[in-house]
Design a protein around this ligand. Sequence first.
Ligand code: NI
Length: 149
Amino acid sequence: MALRQIRTKDDEILRKVCKEVTNFDNKLAILLDDMYETMTSHDGVGLAAPQVGILKRAVVIDIGEGKLELINPKIISEEGTQTGTEGCLSVPGVWGEVERPNKVVAQAYDRDGKKFTVTGEGLMARAICHEVEHLDGKLFLDRVIKFVE
Ligand code: NI
């Protein structure tokens, strides 16, 4: 495993739409391992591939409940709303209030290409929404209601 450099907010790569993963190969496994190591080394709870300069639809999340990898994720249902403080490893030192669904159901593939469904509530729902938006070139900054000191 290796640490990868995290791209920061003015990097245009963060604004691009990522491509679907089609090869569930060793290269993908290495990318996911590197993303997880990079995320945890920065005390992050989520990281999307474009944040390390790779325009592929791959996400890792760990909000303290174990590692979750989402390949080609799609949010298939949303319920309720929550407003809470959010940050991003690509926007260091900036925090803001963002409204998100309180509960989401997402469909995704694991690193072996097996399809699964995950339900997230609260922080997990927030993390899934935040990371999936990275894959479409969106940053939480676009949604901030109020910046937090
Ligand atoms: Ni982020």
